[in-house]
Ligand binder design. Structure first.
Ligand SMILES: Nc1ncnc2c1ncn2[C@@H]1O[C@H](COP(=O)(O)OP(=O)(O)OP(=O)(O)O)[C@@H](O)[C@H]1O
Ligand SMILES: [Mg+2]
Length: 390
């Protein structure tokens, strides 16, 4: 009798363990898929592919522990993910001229000496950036046309290279457009974050700044992206740490040094706090142009939806124009996030209950009720005031 009792307990424990394991697998699958979507939206194709493969693996394992129609559904979803990963692989392997993703370190020689310094080769292009036509035109004029049409540039005495400063609220595509610049001119992309200079470059900040610019100069052309530029080139110098105080003149000198090399280097700065910038950063040869990156308008919101919902099963009641209207006030990053969350609702139903349906307006409405715009109107007004007050 006693033995039987023990066995029962074991059976129960096993069952529970099995369920816990299944829950875990499904959670991981959903997480990996979400990360894949986010990576894909940001143009990190190779990372997206890895996430989809992981998600598929978790789903196959989950299918192994399931029976009946739900098992079939999980296998089907996993195979769909494998196909998506393969499609991304084909894109990554596409011949020159087509989009490709070569994110990862530079060839060994360059990477070795400066292992902290990793250049990315973004696959994103201007087509992946919704709206922001005026911004794109500025970037084209300053940073891209002179490279694509060097003869005309020379004929009209247009200087190649130089810098552009992007400012605006968070999540509006500043980093994305900077990466797209590198994608458009097929150049390595280096990111400098002042907050990382403090944490990662301790004791070696000056040498590292030098190495960064030297590495970028050694490429036929390169893009250097300085994020959070207001914390480096700030009007409130007194708030700078001693390290930063030493670095500022060095940065300015390096930026100005760009001119000497026939503009093979482009630099893009980004900030959420343009009012904190030292006006001196806008001198020619530093950042010669300052461009506002606003929240997306109706057309841009529609395009962001299109880009992010491409290939996903939409119910007949999803009208992208109407959905874009209802998303007024949300940033591009918010919209990507909302799309991911809305699609996760039917996905979870499919995986957990074997329900087969498309993503509906109600899913978007449910997510939007919970996710407020990350930038409020008061903040938007502050940017507009700064923009026109100049
Ligand atoms: N105009 C846009 N077109 C397409 N996608 C966009 C756009 N704006 C934002 N996104 C989406 O939001 C993500 C985040 O945007 P990004 O990182 O470029 O914002 P940011 O302006 O650099 O924000 P922050 O000021 O916080 O650094 C992008 O990877 C992209 O998926
Ligand atoms: Mg950014």
């Amino acid at each position: 009798m006693a033995r039987k009792g023990t066995d029962d307990t074991n059976v129960h424990t096993m069952d529970n363990l099995g369920l816990v394991k299944l829950e875990f697998l499904l959670k991981q699958a959903i997480r990996q898929m979400e990360q894949g979507r986010i990576a894909q939206a940001a143009g990190r194709i190779d990372a997206a592919r890895q996430h989809y493969l992981q998600a598929a693996e978790y789903l196959f394992k989950a299918a192994d522990r399931s029976q009946g129609p739900i098992r079939e559904k999980r296998i089907e979803l996993a195979q769909g993910l494998l196909e998506q990963a393969e499609e991304l692989e084909r894109r990554a392997a596409a011949p020159a001229g087509e989009r490709r993703d070569r994110s990862g370190p530079l060839p060994a020689g360059q990477a070795e000496e400066t292992s902290w310094l990793v250049a990315e080769r973004p696959a994103v292009r201007f087509d992946d950036v919704a709206g922001l036509e005026a911004v794109k035109e500025q970037v084209m004029l300053k940073l891209i046309y002179p490279f694509v049409y060097p003869d005309q540039a020379e004929r009209f005495g247009i200087r190649r290279g130089g810098g552009i400063l992007l400012y605006g609220p968070p999540g509006t595509g500043k980093t994305l457009i900077a990466r797209a610049v590198a994608g458009e001119v097929d150049a390595p992309f280096y990111t400098v974050k002042p907050s990382e200079i403090m944490s990662k470059w301790v004791g070696e900040a000056e040498q590292n700044v030098q190495r960064l610019f030297a590495a970028a100069r050694s490429a036929p052309r390169a893009v250097i992206f300085i994020d959070e530029v207001e914390s480096l080139l700030t009007r409130r110098r007194s708030t700078l740490s001693t390290v930063m105080k030493r670095l500022v003149p060095q940065f300015l000198a390096e930026l100005e040094g760009f001119e000497e090399k026939e503009g093979a280097l482009l630099f893009v700065g980004a900030t959420n706090e343009p009012w904190d910038l030292d006006p001196a950063v806008l001198r020619p040869g530093r950042f010669d142009e300052k461009v506002y990156v606003p929240l997306p308008d109706q057309a841009a919101r529609r395009r962001i939806l299109e880009l992010n919902l491409r290939g996903r099963p939409l119910a007949a009641d999803v009208d992208l124009d109407r959905l874009a209207e209802s998303l007024a006030g949300y940033s591009g990053a918010d919209i990507v996030n909302i799309c991911g969350k809305a699609c996760a609702i039917p996905f979870v139903e499919a995986v957990k209950q074997g329900v087969d349906r498309d993503v509906m307006v109600a899913d978007f409405a449910q997510v939007m009720a919970a996710v407020k715009p990350s930038v409020d109107e008061k903040e938007v007004r502050k940017y507009e005031k700064f923009r026109f007050g100049e």
